[in-house]
Structures are given as structure tokens and as C-alpha cells.
Design a protein around this ligand. Structure first.
Ligand code: PHE
Length: 339
């Protein structure tokens, strides 16, 4: 028995010494001290031993048991120590490259990008940006634009009223008379901003949308300038080969009034699904500023004449970027915005 115990002692001290990690040590520990381990098996043999051997074997057994236990404990600590040392010297690099994270680059909203291009384009021609309020009086939105109270033309705009006098502006034209009063003539301004209408929402109609208003007043300004500037805009933003076309259209604040169409950029005028077979797409309302509106702005219509446009930047951005639903722009959908 004594020999057996020493044999186990030798064998296991060696095993413990060679163990590389905590897992191996756990296995050794169970082999020795587990329920069916060597130690239990040995103590089960004690009752069979001759009585005189017990006083010697008992303490020896306990000593070796303790020795093995301590050896395992010490080795555990040693292994942990190595691990801690490693942690101290190793650096944890949390930069994108090391973690192979995909870098995400922010950018302007597609509409903002489109509008910045538009602004650059007209700044080159001497137009300055002008701001008018989103919440305005019906006087600025309609009255001063030759649409007095009760005039049936007010029905052309599905207006969101706040009370009997205040409304959410239906177009950027609410800045026309303001700009005339502020700067006088000659005048070249642009307003590019949000407008609101009580719309039936669909792929081409949104309650909150953008308008781009151009106002140009000087001596001798005519429809020829309107044609030229419309074409300048379409060619620069939609393609060099795109033509502009003016059609008669009624707006109370212009005379004559025009719908400004661009040649359909998809079929180049031949007629397709997007333009409904017409070959042209309506992108703006425009015209010669009505004498009454010039007078409201303090400008003499006998000396000066002016032109104005209201473009739909969202519709134009839809064409430019091939977006099939206007509601996507305000959806905040990152999948769409980062495409
Ligand atoms: N304000 C008009 C609209 O929203 C468009 C327009 C602007 C028409 C300027 C003529 C002149 O429908």
C-alpha cells in the first residue's frame, strides 16, 4: 500500500507539473479527487489493511493527499499568473481596421445634394437666396399674389389652415412680394424650401415637399428669358440634350402663365410609361409676373417686367436619381438614403 501511494504521488506530481492549462488541471483534479477518483478508491481499501499498518499509512496518505491538492492549487495560480502577464503586455486594438468594421461615410440627403447643385447653378447667374416663413398669413400666400379672399383660384391649392388668417404656405411664391419690398429692382432671388399641402398621398404627391422659386425682375425681361433659363436649368441638372417647352397655364399671379415641361429624360421625347406617352414632363409653373403683383411689391409695371417660376425639386430629383416614389425622401429609410 505504501508503495502504491508513493507511486501515485510520483506519477501525479509529474502530471501536474506538465499541465499546460486550467482545463488539463481540472481533468487531473477529477482523476484524483472526483467521486470515482483515485483518492476515494484508496480510502475504500483502508478497512482491508492489517491493523498495525494503519498508524503509518493513515498520516502518509493524508500528507500526500494534501501535497497533491496544494500542487494543483499552486499550478493553477501559476497558469493564471501567466495569463495576467499576457493581458498586461498585450494591447487591445479597437480601431475599425483591426476589427475589420465596414466604414460608414455620412453624406447629405439626396434632396439637399440636388438643391445645393441648383443653388450653385443660379448663384453663378447672380441670383441670391431669399427666405420666407413656413407659417404665413393668407395675405402673403394668396392676397398679395392677386388672389383676394373668396377668389375661386384659392381652390387650386389644397391649403392647410391654422386659423382663419394663418396657414402653412402652399408655395414659395409667398416670398415674391416680400423680396420685392425688401430689395426693390433689379431683383434676382431664389427661394428653395419646404411647402405644405393637404394632398391625397401617392407616389407623386407628398403633404410636405420642396419648391424652388426663381424671381427675376428688370427692364425688358420677357418670356424669352423664361425659356432660356428653364433650358439652362434642365440641361445642367438633367442632361445637355434636354429641351424645355412652355405651355399656356393659368396662375393668378402671372400673365401670361406657363407650365414648364422638360423633354422626358427616359424616352427623349418619344413617349414612354413615365411621361404617359406624351414625351414631356411638367416640372414647373411660371410666367410673367402680373402687374398687380409688381405694384404690390412697390415696383412700377410700366417700367419693369419680371418672370417667376415654381419648380418641384423633389420631382426633378426623382427623375435625376430614378426614384419611383416621392414618399421615400421623407421616410428616413437608411436603405434608401445610402443607396
Ligand atoms: N406657385 C405656383 C405653384 O405652387 C407655381 C408658380 C410659381 C407659378 C411662380 C407661376 C410663377 O403652383
Amino acid at each position: 500500500m505504501e508503495e502504491k501511494i508513493s507511486q501515485i504521488q510520483k506519477e501525479y506530481l509529474e502530471k501536474i507539473g506538465k499541465a499546460q492549462n486550467l482545463k488539463e488541471l481540472d481533468v487531473i483534479f477529477l482523476e484524483l479527487f472526483g467521486k470515482n477518483g483515485i483518492i476515494n478508491a484508496l480510502s475504500a481499501e483502508f478497512p482491508k489493511l492489517p491493523k498495525e499498518e494503519l498508524p503509518e499509512i493513515g498520516p502518509l496518505f493524508n500528507k500526500i493527499k494534501k501535497e497533491l491538492e496544494t500542487a494543483i492549487e499552486k499550478k493553477r495560480e501559476a497558469i493564471r499568473e501567466v495569463g495576467y502577464k499576457k493581458l498586461e503586455t498585450e494591447k487591445l486594438v479597437l480601431q475599425g481596421d483591426a476589427l475589420q468594421l465596414k466604414k460608414r461615410q455620412g453624406h447629405f440627403h439626396p434632396v439637399t445634394q440636388f438643391e445645393k447643385e441648383t443653388i450653385d447653378l443660379f448663384e453663378k447667374l447672380g441670383f441670391i437666396q431669399f427666405e420666407a416663413p413656413h407659417i404665413d398669413t393668407d395675405e402673403n400666400n394668396f392676397g398679395l399674389l392677386n388672389i383676394p379672399e373668396g377668389h375661386p383660384a384659392r381652390d387650386l391649392w389644397d391649403t392647410l389652415y391654422i386659423d382663419s388668417k394663418l396657414l402653412l404656405r402652399t408655395h414659395t411664391s409667398n416670398g415674391q412680394v416680400r423680396a420685392m419690398r425688401k430689395y426693390g429692382v433689379p431683383l434676382r432671388i431664389m427661394i428653395i424650401d419646404r411647402c405644405f399641402r393637404y394632398e391625397n398621398l401617392d407616389a407623386r404627391h407628398e403633404h410636405t415637399f420642396e419648391q424652388f422659386e426663381l424671381v427675376y425682375i428688370d427692364k425688358g425681361v420677357s418670356m424669352a428669358n423664361l425659356q432660356y433659363l428653364s433650358e439652362y436649368f434642365f440641361k445642367a441638372l438633367l442632361g445637355q440634350d434636354i429641351q424645355a417647352r412652355l405651355r399656356p397655364k393659368y396662375f393668378p399671379f402671372v400673365e401670361p402663365g406657363a407650365g414648364v415641361d422638360s423633354e422626358c429624360i427616359f424616352c427623349k421625347g418619344k413617349g414612354c410609361k413615365v411621361c404617359g406617352g406624351i414625351g414631356w414632363l411638367e416640372l414647373a409653373g411660371a410666367g410673367m409676373i402680373h402687374p398687380t403683383v409688381l405694384k404690390n411689391g412697390g415696383i412700377d409695371p410700366n417700367i419693369y417686367s419680371g418672370i417667376a417660376w415654381g419648380f418641384g425639386p423633389l420631382r426633378m430629383a426623382m427623375l435625376k436619381y430614378g426614384v419611383e416614389d416621392i414618399r421615400k425622401f421623407l421616410s428616413g429609410d437608411l436603405k434608401f438614403l445610402t443607396k
